[in-house]
Every structure is written in structure tokens, then in C-alpha cells.
Ligand binder design. Sequence first.
Ligand code: ADP
Ligand code: MG
Ligand code: ZN
Length: 474
Amino acid sequence: MKYEAVIGLETHVQLKTRTKMWCGCVNEFGAEPNSNVCPVCLGFPGVLPVANAEALRLTALAGFLLNCEGAGFAKGGRKNYFYPDNPKNYQITQLDFPSNICGRVDFELNGDLSQVCITRAHLEEDVGKSFHFGDCSGLDFNRAGVPLLEIVSEPDINSADMAYEYLNALKRILEYGGVSDCDMEKGQVRCDVNVSVRPVGEIELGAKIEIKNMNSFSGVRRALQHEIPRQIDVIQNGGTLVQETRRWNDDDGITDSMRTKEDAHDYRYIPDPDLMPHTPTEEWLAHVKECMVELPLARKQRLMAEYQLPECDADVLVADSTLADYFEIAAKGVENPKTVANWIINNLQAKLTESETSLADVKFTHAGFSELVGFVESGKINSKIAQEVFGEMFSTGKTPAEIVKDKGLSQVSDMGELERLCKETIEAHPGPSEDYRKGKEAALNFLKGQVMKASRGKANPQMVGDLLKKILTG
Ligand code: ADP
Ligand code: MG
Ligand code: ZN
């Protein structure tokens, strides 16, 4: 019998706010442990939470980006459990009244369009972090109370690769919208996987197994690549699967059982009497919607159509919205946008990586960049000189026109000057000149190289080739 996997993901994404969800403590990574804490986020008796307006705005914006229906009424409740990193002994989450429901993420999977429906995208608060040092443990509450968006997918995913691509698409969409930086290294995206298997054609879902403890998207993919065959194996060997939570062990590449349904938590959800409901007005929602951006997939399709870019270039550009922004500004009014894309992908990106800087640090202007590409296109400088000019632009911020003028780098297309160079070269190398006359084509390349060298790379190579031929055979 053939089996298929059924997968649903619960993804937590840290919202890009300056302060925490219910207090004014700063939301920052890497601060001294317990330096961003106050009576509210530490759960002291008698304190009252005040909602972070920016977190509410980003939550609503995420709803638009994920094609959700705004729920119209949202409210936090308390999820109660005792754990050392949870200072209030409850976590505020929108269980019964989530901000966003019924959404959809569109993405590409092996070149085809694919989609995953979103059950809900709701706001909740993060907890602290525990550290273990040999014989004692420490707790850092800087992260307690930081706003998170939990995005729960429908069980629409059927393979490890599909889960991986969905996560990448989700990350990119939220980055594009400025909802979250989705920095994995700072723990800003965390994902729990729910997976079951069933015979192909069966409608009923199999026992849901939740897997925790993956710390990257490729970890999620590896965990599923291991877990799906494991479950099928159990069934094919006559066993039964029970609902349970398993932990992914990345070093060994296996999942281990953590707890079964019997010892599952009972969270005793209760409404939070201290919280006001959030009932967005049409006006407020319209205001949030103004910050909507074009989604990455739509942008990719538009870049291909509008600038005739090949798919691989469009993919590279949309992977980083700042890169795509840069391209669109620099390509304005340029005859061949593909050349601009080439320069961004091959040269600019390489320089940024090499110097460990980002686009925001670039010293030259978009106009300078377009000018450089224009110089190459028009033959004012050849592409080798252009590399030199670009290096100079990158380190000094000067315009290509200034650099070309200062260094006398303009391509030599002056017939008289070129003719002189060619004649001198032929005289200096009688052997190769004779070889060419006798029909040895390769000798021409040698002579051409000598002329280019004599011109310090500035001669127009096309014209040099033509001239040499004319002189030698004429
Ligand atoms: P809980 O409330 O216990 O977290 P839910 O049933 O609300 O569980 O679902 C959590 C996630 O698990 C969702 O992403 C959902 O799509 C997925 N899911 C639910 N049932 C199954 C199943 N049988 N197999 C795989 N995924 C499932
Ligand atoms: Mg769950
Ligand atoms: Zn606080």
C-alpha cells in the first residue's frame, strides 16, 4: 500500500517592534541578561498590561500579507503552565479570538505554483530563556513578553520539500512587509512540525505527531525526511502510531519520543480579565493596508515581464527586497535592464560580500551605477576597465565619469590613434604578423592582446581586431 504524509506547521515569528508586547521594556537581542525587564513582564502582583500599538499594527499587516480575513475582534487569554522560564505562570495568547484567520501563502515548488492555507495568525508573547551551566542554571527574562506572531497552517503540506519551501516563502513575505526580520540566528523564527501519514486515498487523518527542537528550515526538512519513512515503517510492520510529541535530535538525525497524549499539558485557558479586546475600525485597517507591499512572488513575475529578466536573475533579486529595490531604481531609463541585473548580481553582490557590508552602506548613487552600465553599453569603456572603475566607485563613492576622466580610462575609439598602435605592434612582432598572413588565425589574437596592452586596456577591442586584419591583409 502507498502512504502519503500530511503536515501542518506552527511557526512563531518575532515581531519587529521597539518594545515588548505589554510593557515598555526594550525588545533587543544580545543585551545583558535581565536588563530589559520590569514588574509587568516579570509578572509581579498587581501590575496591568498595556498593549503595544505597533505590535497590533504589524499583526494586522501580517494578516493582509497572508491573505487572511481580519477577524474584526481579537482578544488575549491566558495559557497557564508552570515552567521556570515563564515568569507569570501563564502566557498571553489569542486562543479564542485570533487577530487573523483563513489565509493563504502562495509559493513555488519545483517550478510549479503551490499553496498552503493558513488557519490562523495570532499574537502571543514569548517567554524567557534558560541556560544551563554545569551544576546550576540561569534564567534570562529579556525575551519574556516580546511579541510573537504564531502562524498555524492547515495540514496542506505533503512533503519535506514542500514544508521547506513554504517556510522560506513565509519568511520572505514577512521580511518584505517589515513584520519581522526573521533572523534565524537570533531565534526570531521557530517552527513546530505536526506530521501524520495515511494510505493514499484515505480521507481520515492519521495520529498527529508533533516534532520540536529544529533550529533551522533545513532542520525541519531533515526531521521530516526522517520522520515520514519512520511512521510508514511502523504501520507497515503492523504497529500503530499514537499521538505524541517527539524531539528532533539533529546530531543523530533521529526523533525521540518526549511525551504522549496522556501526559500532554492541560493549559486551563481562561480569558484575561486585564486585557481590552482589540476591535479595529475600518479606518485603522485602511491605514494599516497602506503599508502593504507587493509580495515576493508577484514581484518576481513582474520583474520578468517588465524588464525581460530571466527567471534565475529575478529569483536572485527578489530574494532580498533591498536588492530588488536597487535594481528597479538603477534600471530606470536604461536600455538593457538585463545588463543592470548582471552588474548587480555578479559585481555589486560580490563586492558587498567581500567587504561584509550591505546595500545601505554603498557610497555611490543609483545614478552612478546606471552611468557605469551606460558607459559599458555605449562602448565608452570596455568591461575590463569597467571592473576597475567599479572598484574605485565602491571604495570612494566617485561617479564613473569622474573616475574615467581622472584616470584617463576612456576607451580609445579614435581611428588615428588606434591605427598608430596597431602599426607599431605589427612592426614590433614580425613573426606573428607573418604567421597570420600565412593563415594562422590564432596569431591575430596575440597581436590584438599586444595592442590592448599597449593601450593599457583602453582600446576598443572590436575596432582593434578589424584594423589589424585590414592592415595585415591590405
Ligand atoms: P494543537 O491545538 O494541539 O496545537 P491543532 O489540531 O490545532 O493542534 O493543529 C496544530 C497543527 O497541526 C496545525 O498546523 C494543523 O494543521 C496540524 N494538524 C492537525 N492534525 C494533524 C494531523 N492529523 N496530521 C498532521 N498535521 C495535523
Ligand atoms: Mg501544537
Ligand atoms: Zn517589561
